[in-house]
Design a protein around this ligand. Structure first.
Ligand SMILES: *Cc1c(COP(=O)(O)O)cnc(C)c1O
Length: 451
């Protein structure tokens, strides 16, 4: 099997367990703290927001967790997802490297997000929850949760970051097709939203603000819970099906990665792809370099600090030890809306602190340049977020051209960009630019982090 382009798994080869990396790490990540008392947060503290099953997964020390049958049934609508070898891109770059990408754009919502939306809704449905609230940046998570709620008969309310609500009307339509209700954030539906609109009626919003609104709505109603599309341990856990499948697929063609790159917003597609490979690395079975790629306009790992901070802007969530730019940091309205988050998954932050992963930041023009080359070679139009991963893969492939090394590069193309064409339009017609974050902007947002 030497002239393959895509490597497929049969339905019956789909993994039936998620992988929890915590028991395999040299030390466990620091626990979340209660936002009021600053004591270690307990399962009871999280109960108003999440169902018991997800809280157990959040705190689990089990290495493998069975994927429930009804979740596997929904996964089978699009999983296993294909792994591609980007042969045309390799040729165009004239590189001796082999570039593989795991394509998650085949899901109903067009990204990796349904991998966690489906189990999250399933566990809520089991415990009798009637409604879920959430935030969405680029609209990918809101669509995924709306889709999953339609599968299990729950209602869904989504606070969409105002900048993206205005720029991406078709994402809202998609959420509405699946039965979701969508509000721009900040909204006039919550006290926090109203206070921000009073300061600035054209507020662009941020993920942190939208989370505050969705959390406060869920906490006020016993039949409603909240769902988060990234950052938390259970979200990264559900996403490990990406890496588990990719391991099986690479084994089919007898390859192991030398370099693994993934884009990091809250860290879930990166963790989902990387953690099963990190398990293999820690066990001494392979030795890939593992690299996070973030936008230069929201450089959480490369320029933030590793501190306890809130997950949202109003300070309603538990404090999490993570790389953060400060919960008041409002990133520039770059096109990769899904990467505009002030923090990073505590697990990804911890793995980075332990030196098990590296991080780089890339400005958006270089990302779109790489994505357009990629689309012309491989056909698929990437979502703005994974353009960062593609740009990093291209950098690595060009370095191989210089050095003559035949490295195997693996990345996740975690979503397609069919609803992000306005971003490509601005790139192709010269209205896109790179923005820089100043040290003063970061320092100002860092100043409000609890001591
Ligand atoms: C949401 C999203 C991201 C960012 O979230 P992570 O948790 O870092 O994966 C990246 N890419 C796409 C396509 C997304 O929808």
């Amino acid at each position: 099997m030497n002239n393959y382009t895509k490597i497929l798994l049969e339905e019956h080869e789909m993994p039936t367990q998620w992988y929890n990396i915590i028991p395999d790490l040299p030390e466990p990540p620091p626990p979340p703290l209660h936002p009021g008392t600053r004591e270690v947060a307990t399962a009871d503290d999280l109960a108003p927001l999440f169902p018991k099953a997800l809280i157990e997964q959040e705190m689990s020390a089990e290495r493998y967790i069975d994927i429930p049958g009804p979740v596997l049934d929904v996964y089978r609508l699009w999983r296993p997802s294909p792994l591609y070898r980007a042969r045309n891109l390799e040729k165009m770059l004239d590189t001796p490297a082999k570039i593989f990408f795991k394509y998650e754009g085949v899901s109903p919502a067009g990204s990796h997000k349904p991998n966690t939306a489906v189990p999250q809704v399933y566990y809520n449905a089991l415990e009798g929850v009637k409604k879920l609230t959430t935030e969405t940046g680029a609209g990918q998570w809101g669509s995924s949760l709306s889709f999953a709620c339609a599968q299990f008969g729950l209602s869904c309310e989504v606070w969409q970051v105002a900048a993206s609500f205005r720029a991406k009307p078709y994402r809202r339509t998609m959420m509405e097709i699946w039965g979701g209700k969508v509000y721009p954030s900040p909204s006039d539906r919550t006290e926090f939203g109203r206070s921000l609109l009073a300061q600035n009626p054209d507020h662009p919003g941020s993920l942190g603000i939208a989370i505050s609104e969705a959390v406060s709505e869920a906490a006020a109603d016993p039949d409603t819970r909240y769902a988060l599309g990234s950052v938390l341990n259970h979200v990264l856990l559900h996403q490990t099906i990406i890496g588990e499948e990719a391991l099986l697929q690479l084994a089919k063609v007898g390859e192991t990665p030398d370099v693994l790159v993934g884009c990091t917003g809250g860290g879930s597609n990166f963790g989902g792809l990387a953690f099963p490979f990190l398990r293999e690395k820690l066990a001494g079975r392979m030795n890939p370099t593992i690299r996070c790629v973030e936008p230069a306009a929201c450089p959480t790992l490369t320029r933030g600090q590793y501190r306890y901070d809130f997950g949202d802007t109003a300070g309603l969530t538990p404090l999490m030890k993570m790389h953060t730019l400060g919960h008041d940091f409002i990133p520039d309205t770059i096109h990769a809306g899904g990467l505009r988050y002030h923090g990073m998954a505590p697990l990804v932050s911890h793995v980075y602190e332990l030196g098990l992963a590296e991080a780089i930041a890339i400005p958006q023009m270089e990302c779109f340049d790489a994505a357009v080359k990629f689309a012309r070679c491989e056909g698929i139009v990437p979502a703005p977020e994974p353009t960062h991963a593609i740009a990093a893969a291209v950098r690595e492939a060009l370095a191989c051209k210089e050095s003559g090394e035949e490295k195997v590069i693996l990345t996740a193309l975690c979503g397609h960009g069919h609803l992000d064409l306005a971003a490509y339009d601005s790139y192709l017609h010269g209205t896109m630019s790179d923005t820089d974050v100043t040290e003063a902007e970061i320092a100002a947002a860092m100043a409000t982090i609890p001591q």
